[in-house]
Design a protein around this ligand. Structure first.
Ligand code: SAH
Ligand code: SF4
Ligand code: F3S
Length: 459
């Protein structure tokens, strides 16, 4: 019987996608996926270092997996951003870990396993390939069979220097994937039934893979079978006119823009090294909304960055009101190794934890009210929904998303992959509810709706 692997994924879309590439590398050397880590012969943690909490969660998971090593001799590997950051320190801290590999070493998994299994050595492979010589792992489209929507990596790394952020230290310099490879992958994905792709990178606006990012989006929309194109993440400073223009001319570019602002205070933004002011940010947002009036905008915000005063925080509340975000991901600031903010913390002043949490609660309550208000405006409307499968909360209902990326749970029988109209009857701050109407376009292939990605466990 073939050996079984289990991958536990933490973190962002980059990691979710990397997990797919890891599973392909493992399958190529005879491993099969299992959803039950207690039956695994190999357990891999694909880790995230963005906040201390993510790192803590990974260490407690690692403690659980130690038992599987003790009971059945499973191999344990740690990949992703904590692996890149901690390198051999992870082997010292957790003696039951067999190997540590960085995001650039996913393709080396077969060789790493050979060395661990045959030579009985512990391996650390965290070399970076920070140049155009880097070859992005090519997705096996079969991995995505059964999915309606899929991520496609277009670049890696980040050349920005945001003072709070660990990503440049865990993912290295920016390298763009050649656009022909991206388009080839998109075409292969549509052949197995994928209808929506999300182009991903830490900083997609600065894509340099042979054409501009705006052209990359337009070309992706032209791939036969592509219904919607999304992307994430963008830095506000290089939101170009060309990109705004692309939103105007190509309806397949989904009307949703995730534009992380981080703070509503110019003083804080300056210390964060975000190199835009709130006024500049709002001006770009206004141009985007003028180009595509139906666009939904979401953002990321950090509260309690060193030196953030009550007045600074109130400016974040004001910005949240002014920008009228459809949604936001907000976090309390977490000091990270090697970052500029960590070095300056004492000088700028640490915001006490209770104050950070109290501010986060206020911000989230405000955003919840705005999200509910905006979502409620959809009640009574008929929206176009790309069906992704059964509703997560009620298996008798269906689940999909609007072009604006709003989640819709609805009564109906449309299969995954179909594009349908849904009459909206209810709204909450996080989703919409309704009843299926007209079929706009049937699913291109029949999709088996058994839970896909049993090996994927996103934390
Ligand atoms: N590349 C993306 C961000 C990726 S990280 C961008 O620039 O927009 C996702 C989000 O995590 C960030 O937008 C930020 O809001 C949050 N984040 C990053 N570092 C953090 C830290 N040290 N503490 C708290 N939140 C952080
Ligand atoms: Fe981090 Fe800033 Fe790069 Fe985003 S743009 S990954 S926040 S350094
Ligand atoms: Fe986390 Fe690394 Fe993504 S730090 S957010 S998994 S790039």
């Amino acid at each position: 019987m073939s050996k079984r692997y289990f991958i536990h994924t933490f973190g962002c879309q980059m990691n979710v996608n990397d997990t797919l590439r890891m599973s392909e590398a493992l399958k190529s050397v005879g491993y099969a996926a299992t959803a039950d880590f207690e039956r695994a012969d190999l357990i891999v943690l694909n880790t995230c270092a963005i906040r201390e909490k993510a790192e803590d969660k990974m260490h407690s998971a690692l403690g659980r997996y130690r038992q599987v090593k003790l009971s059945r001799g499973a191999l344990i590997g740690v990949g992703g951003c904590v692996a890149q950051q901690e390198k051999s320190k992870l082997l010292e801290r957790s003696p039951w870990v067999d190997f540590v590999f960085g995001p650039d070493a996913i393709g080396n998994l077969p060789q790493i396993l050979e060395r661990v299994g045959q030579d009985r050595v512990r391996v650390v492979d965290t070399a970076w390939v920070d140049s155009e010589e880097y070859v992005f792992p090519r997705a096996d489209a079969e991995t995505s069979r059964g999915k309606v929507t899929e991520f496609v990596t277009i670049m890696k790394g980040c050349d920005n220097v945001c003072a709070f952020c660990v990503v440049p230290h865990t993912r290295g310099r920016e390298v763009s994937r050649p656009f022909v490879d991206v388009l080839d992958e998109v075409a292969r994905l549509t052949r197995v039934g994928v209808r929506e792709v999300t182009l991903i990178g830490q900083n997609v606006n600065s894509y340099l893979g042979g054409i501009s990012f705006a052209q990359m989006l337009l070309r992706t929309c032209e791939v036969p079978g592509v219904e919607r194109v999304r992307f994430t993440t963008s830095h506000p400073h290089d939101l170009s006119d060309e990109l705004i223009e692309a939103f105007k001319v190509q309806p397949k570019i989904a009307p949703h823009f995730h534009l992380p602002v981080q703070s509503g205070s110019d003083d804080v933004l300056k210390r964060m090294r975000r190199d835009y002011t709130v006024a500049e940010y709002l001006e770009r947002l206004a141009r985007l909304r003028a180009a595509r009036p139906d666009i939904a905008v979401t953002t990321d915000i950090i509260v309690g960055f060193p030196g953030e005063t009550e007045a600074d925080f109130e400016k974040t509340l004001q910005l949240t009101e002014a920008a009228k975000y459809d949604g936001q991901f907000s976090f309390v600031y977490s000091a990270r190794p090697k970052t500029a903010a960590l070095l300056k913390e004492a000088e700028w002043g640490v915001v006490p934890h209770e104050q950070k949490v109290e501010r986060l609660d206020r911000l989230q309550a405000l955003q919840k009210r705005i999200s509910l208000e905006l979502n409620s405006q959809n009640v009574g409307k008929t929206l176009e929904v790309l069906v992704e499968g059964r509703s997560k909360t009620d298996a008798a209902r269906r689940f999909g998303r609007t072009p604006q990326n709003r989640t819709v749970n609805f009564d109906g029988d449309a299969p995954a992959g179909a594009l349908v109209e849904v009459k909206i009857e209810r709204a909450s701050a996080s989703s919409l509810g309704g009843v299926q109407g007209r079929m706009l376009s049937p699913a291109p292939v029949k999709i088996d709706e058994a839970p896909a990605d049993a090996e994927l466990c996103v934390a």
